[in-house]
Design a binder for this molecule. Structure first.
Ligand code: ZLS
Ligand code: CA
Ligand code: ZN
Length: 401
């Protein structure tokens, strides 16, 4: 036997549709859906399917997506293709110096766009959303205590606009569903980017608390902010509404290490849970907060990233685990496979070497994917650590209730 066992005392479900794997945002685009192929093969290679219930996700319906998104935007996403898109009305760039021709809803067919229109895009969007909604339904019906969708977690999408590689905000849709049963839902976001779309959707809403940890501050000598530029410590929900104080933001300088991240994450998350007493938790596990990420600027290891998942799991509340960013594909797959193991209490059962003999289609691994096969690689610490300990302590104090 491979040593993988089902968890005692809780049920985990895994929601996925391989249809998301074939998509290409464009040759140079950092978002690579094949990181999901790598993740799937690692999960299956280690035999983690024996520790949980696995479900092939159906695409979401237009009606389901309309629960948050503008009906015209939903129709557009369902119909659009690179062939039909160029007939759309041209909208001049928002900001001076923007080089990209933006179409309606912040979409574009220009190769330099964050949110391109690509072949198969419509299928891709409704599949990752369908997987998140199926996972959510498992929690609502009590069939699972933890439900996982690594293809979801697209936290930047707005009601009628795509943003930062995100088109449909599957997280907002999931939380809206959870609110039918659970009086209070806590959303935690460890992607290196601010979870702005989710925060914005619930900024007037005390029944959802949003808590995002993210890189924040001056980006370069030109003064550009790290995307999306929001999520200041002082941003705690919409002032003057009953949603005020139900958003928390932890802005972090570049180069934060494991010890510093653990200190921030555990003290602030514990306080938030203690004060808010959520009845369900949604955890966005963006893997771009790992050291060595192509877009990220943190220095945390897979071990610490996983400890965030364990810390949240230990609260014993219904838990929806979603993916998100992650741009160094081999590390994304390692992290999410490791976190699947943690969710099923198999964290100690994974050997460090990739079990090639267990991988169903070894040829699906390219040279790029193998790396050195280590689950806990020593990352190059190539980001200068700008974290001042006193500032980290100040944040924990400021956010105390
Ligand atoms: O949280 O920084 C930006 C916006 C721009 C710079 C990039 N250009 C294309 C548009 C204007 C200010 N965008 C970020 C978006 C990051 C989204 C993170 C998503 C998530 O992880 C959840 C899934 C950004 N950072 C890096 C890029 N865009 C980027 C890098 C390289 C390329 C290639 C394709 C496209 C243009 C050249 C692109 C974007
Ligand atoms: Ca975040
Ligand atoms: Zn991100």
């Amino acid at each position: 036997s491979n040593g993988i066992t089902r968890p005692k005392g809780h049920t985990v479900s895994f929601h996925y549709n391989s249809g998301v794997e074939d998509m290409h945002f464009g040759k140079t685009h950092p978002m690579k859906p094949w990181r999901l192929t790598l993740t799937k093969h690692l999960v299956l290679g280690y035999g983690l399917q024996y520790a949980m219930d696995t479900y092939v996700a159906m695409p979401a319906s237009k009606d389901q997506v309309r629960a948050f998104h503008d009906p015209d935007y939903v129709d557009f996403l369902k119909e659009v293709s690179p062939q039909t898109f160029r007939y759309q009305r041209f909208i001049p760039p928002k900001h001076e110096g923007d080089t990209v021709d933006l179409g309606p809803f912040n979409l574009s067919t220009s190769p330099g766009a964050d949110c391109p229109v690509f072949d198969g895009m419509s299928e891709y969007l409704f599949l990752y959303t369908g997987a998140t909604l199926a996972a959510t339904n498992q929690l609502l019906t009590g069939q699972s205590d933890i439900a996982i969708n690594w293809s979801g977690g697209l936290h930047h999408a707005h009601k009628s606009e795509a943003s930062g590689f995100c088109y449909i905000n599957d997280i907002v849709l999931a939380i809206l569903d959870l609110l039918h049963l659970f009086p209070r839902v806590l959303y935690i976001d460890i992607d290196v980017h601010h979870g702005d779309g989710v925060e914005e959707a619930f900024q007037r809403q005390p029944r959802v608390m949003t808590l995002s940890y993210h890189r924040y501050g001056p980006y370069d000598e030109t003064g550009h902010k790290f995307f999306p530029g929001t999520g200041d410590l002082a941003d705690t929900g919409l002032k003057g509404t009953i949603g005020e104080h139900f958003a928390l933001n932890v802005p972090i300088p570049s180069g934060i290490d494991d010890r510093q991240y653990k200190y921030l994450f555990e003290s602030i998350t514990a306080r938030a849970i203690d004060a808010y007493k959520p009845k369900a938790i949604v955890l966005q596990c963006g893997a771009d907060s790992l050291g060595g990420d192509r877009l990220g600027q943190f220095n945390i290891n897979i071990k610490q990233h996983g400890e965030c998942v364990s810390f949240v799991k230990k609260q014993g509340l219904p838990l929806l685990i979603l993916g998100g960013g992650g741009y160094t594909a081999r590390n994304v797959a390692r992290a999410w496979c490791h976190e699947t193991a943690l969710a099923t209490d198999n964290g100690a059962n994974l050997p460090d070497r990739i079990p090639l003999d267990l991988v169903p289609r070894p040829q699906a691994f390219t040279g790029r994917a193998h790396g050195d096969g280590m689950l806990f690689p020593k990352f190059q610490r190539d980001h200068k650590n700008d974290c001042v300990e006193a500032d980290l302590e100040y944040m924990v104090k400021r956010l105390e209730w």
